[in-house]
Design a protein around this ligand. Structure first.
Ligand SMILES: Cc1cc2nc3c(=O)[nH]c(=O)nc-3n(C[C@H](O)[C@H](O)[C@H](O)COP(=O)(O)OP(=O)(O)OC[C@H]3O[C@@H](n4cnc5c(N)ncnc54)[C@H](O)[C@@H]3O)c2cc1C
Ligand code: SF4
Length: 488
């Protein structure tokens, strides 16, 4: 521990943001970093706890007190080395993670937690700036070949780990560019695309082969992949979108959030013209769904110049603070107000959409809602009850469905003959990430269902260890320390 009294002397200080009215003029990231001296003070707040709960709160098992201490002492290069021991892509998590580590930080019991995520981002950005992150290809190659299907954070993390072990890794990606939801789901104002390109450049220099426009199961035969490679890891994500089976859902203007976000991301990445984008300009936009995807639709609609932006969430409004039944160090279900919410939106909770209304030409013009309440009875699933007399009509020209994802696409499972679990994910446990077919493994959202980037990286790393052990009889690739937790 660098400074014993650090947590008593310094208050938590986060990076600041460009003002909402200014930042919505473009799609760029809008954070204003803290000065180095201030970051050191934030590192000094870490108490180097005997039992660092932050460490177990992190799905990667990051060595958080260790890098906090290095930052406090200004030893940035050592901090970057510690960070990269457990996380292949801290520049992604340092920008986008909801930071379960901070909710588990001991300082959070009676103070604001350490700014772990921001410290992480600054370490990795400094490391890139200083040129400390360079390609590090393996000295010796095995003669083993591995196919990874899907280039999201799970696929890329698995690829880097297995390449480090000397195997020849090929990543197959059906889209034009790599990154998965990092590129095509998450808007640039949360993470600019050059952050992905910068890292992918290093991976390619390390010898990872990347094939884009390569849709396994469509323009590449899955069985050929099985025959040509010694092992396969499926990292295809949980991409089946939930829809809303109510009258009017086929009207022009009722749009899946991922169609809206993907086209806009392609436009910002100069892959399509603005004419291809589903524009929210001058429209009354209603975003249905209150999660991350919904929030990204709000930020994008405001950048388009929407006339109004409204958000419905069917669940009741969470409490502002930590609920009593989710005490520290558990992850609390509390009200999340994102930077996109702060750019302008009216949010409504406990609202269910009953019907979309259209004109004679089939264009969406409005929608009907009703308020709902949730009935909780011991041992029963929560029941949804409509509140009588609360029906309401809203003007709407663009309804964005951000209702989550129901699981993985079936094509790959069918072609490889794989079992899916009851949640329609590929069946494989965290014991060894293997599926019912020997030599075929699954990781990331495709195995665990729609989740988080930090979990995708963690699963990619863990799966890589097990694939290496399957091919070589043993593996020296690291497993996270807390991987002896119950296997699910
Ligand atoms: C809009 C949105 C915003 C989000 N924001 C956040 C956030 O702020 N923070 C956070 O932690 N998480 C966020 N998430 C969740 C996070 O992005 C995912 O959990 C994570 O990307 C999952 O990684 P993955 O590698 O498992 O899959 P994905 O990122 O989904 O990547 C899967 C890849 O596989 C490819 N693929 C699929 N099938 C095939 C095939 N047959 N052949 C070839 N390629 C194939 C796909 O094209 C895709 O590129 C968000 C999700 C969405 C939808
Ligand atoms: S729990 Fe918080 S204070 Fe304790 S070691 Fe982790 S970051 Fe530091």
């Amino acid at each position: 521990m660098g400074k014993i009294t650090g947590f008593l002397e310094h208050k938590r200080q986060d990076e600041s943001y460009i003002a909402p009215e200014k930042r919505i003029e473009n799609y760029k990231e809008f954070t204003i970093p803290l000065k180095e001296e201030k970051l050191k003070d934030q590192g000094a707040r870490c108490m180097d706890c005997g039992i660092p709960f932050c460490h177990s709160g992190c799905p990667l098992g990051n060595f958080i007190p260790d890098f906090n201490d290095k930052v406090y002492k200004g030893k940035w290069k050592e901090a970057a080395e510690i960070l990269h021991k457990t996380n292949n892509f801290p520049e992604f998590t340092g920008r986008l993670c909801p930071a379960p580590c901070e909710e588990a930080c001991v300082l959070g019991i009676n103070e604001d937690p350490v700014t772990i995520e921001n410290i992480e981002k600054n370490i990795v950005e400094k490391a890139f700036e200083e040129g400390w992150i360079t390609a590090n290809p393996p000295q010796v190659r095995t003669n083993k070949t591995i196919a990874i299907i899907g280039s999201g954070p799970a696929g890329l993390a698995a690829a880097q780990q297995l390449n480090r072990a000397g195997h020849t890794v090929t990543v197959f990606e059906r889209d034009e560019k790599v990154g998965g939801l990092l590129r095509y789901g998450i808007p640039d104002f949360k993470m600019e695309k050059n952050v992905i390109d910068r890292r992918v450049n290093v991976l390619e220099k390390e010898g990872i082969i990347i094939k884009t426009n390569a849709h396994v199961g469509l323009n590449i035969d899955a069985n050929k992949i099985k025959d040509d490679f010694d092992a396969v890891i499926l990292c295809g994500g949980a991409t089946v979108r939930r829809s809303i089976p109510i009258p009017g859902s086929d009207l022009k203007g009722v749009t899946q959030a991922m169609d809206f976000l993907k086209l806009n991301n392609q436009y910002v990445d100069s892959l399509v013209d603005f004419s291809a984008v589903i524009s929210a300009k001058d429209k009354n936009v209603i975003v249905i769904g209150g999660g991350d995807t919904g929030s990204d639709c709000i930020g994008t609609s405001n950048r388009h110049g929407a006339k109004s932006v409204t958000n419905f969430e069917i669940l009741s409004k969470p409490s502002e603070g930590r609920p009593a039944h989710q005490p520290w160090p558990y992850w609390p279900m509390k009200l999340k107000t994102t930077s996109s919410h702060k750019e302008g939106v009216e949010r409504f909770f406990s609202v269910s959409t009953k019907e979309f209304i259209g004109d004679a030409k089939g264009n969406l013009t409005g929608l009907k809602t009703v308020e709902v309440e949730w009935i909780f009875e011991a041992g029963e699933r929560p029941q949804l009850k409509e509140v009588e007399g609360t029906e309401k009509e809203w003007k709407c020209d663009l309804a964005l469905l951000a209702l989550g994802f129901t699981g993985a696409e079936k094509t790959l499972a069918d072609q490889f003959g794989l079992k899916m679990d009851y949640r329609t994910n590929i069946e494989a446990t965290t014991k060894d990430y293997t599926t019912n077919i020997p030599g075929i493994f699954a990781a990331g959202d495709m195995r665990r269902g729609q989740s988080l980037i930090v979990w995708a990286i963690s699963e990619g790393r863990q799966a890589a260890h097990h694939v290496d052990a399957y091919l070589m009889g043993e593996s020296h690739l690291p497993l996270k320390d807390n991987s002896d937790l119950p296997k699910v």
